[in-house]
Design a protein around this ligand. Sequence first.
Ligand code: GLU
Length: 317
Amino acid sequence: MVTVCCTEQPSAHFPYVGRFAPSPSGPLHAGSVVAALASYLDARAHGGSWLVRMEDLDAPRNVHGADEVILQQLQTLGMRWDGEVLYQSRRLDAYQQSYNALLSLNLTYPCGCTRREIADSVLRMQGHFPEGERPYPGTCRSGRPEGRQAHSWRLRVPEGRTSFKDRWMGAMAQEVGQVVGDFVLRRADGIWAYQLAVVVDDAHQGVTHVVRGEDLLSSTARQLVLFNLLGLSPPTYLHVPVVTDEAGQKLSKQNGAAAIDLSDALGVLQRAWLALGFDPLPVADVSQFWAAAIPVWVQGLSRANLHGINRRIYDPR
Ligand code: GLU
């Protein structure tokens, strides 16, 4: 199977619906603001709507009140969302339904492997692992070993390459079955996996354009496989560079990135703007920032210095 997606006819994707989908595991930091900024700019530059979705399925990681803090941060930065904020924790039935649809097609199976066993069998596998992923070796694909409890539920990934054009990174392709293997749809603790929930919700919300950090680039092919198997229409994708610290580590809540300083909202926006490779904007406040930034984003390819950081060309279409 070859899945070819998806940016060739931009007109097929209007009206534009974009989204920002933070996990409420802490406040926004300098890295997550870059993803929010890029997705907001892209939505407004297209005259589209911009949704916010709280990806709060991973309950052990949620921090009480972080959702409210994030919404307050977005407001202070001048990013106004359209409609109601969608909480994934209220969508469990929808994930179950999509899972059932895959189950009825014999596309899922219970897996009895522990993390430890998977790590050990991967170590025994020969060869190198493209893209740094450690593929699931398929141990339980044709049945669990005798007496084994199910630890997780996996997708039976069809053979074939998944190709798509990222609006920033260009042509991308991944053989999901080889690189990632049969991936988890429902975790051992019963929590629906990000890959399933994000696809079900992007489709449910009618999202046409996903703009997010490059750390999720390698998940995109998995998501396109799911869109395809569920018969849903995929969005286009644009992955922006992630912000790293001086040691080259991605800024993240897990490694203690500081919350943004809301007493200097303009400074936060300007730094995120620079991180995207643009030149500083000569503006005095947040509303001037947006008034100046949106037209620059519209002209991205010709005016902006978006290849400044990673020498990649941004395609504004
Ligand atoms: N919830 C994910 C995160 O905070 C983002 C998911 C997405 O944009 O697809 O990293």
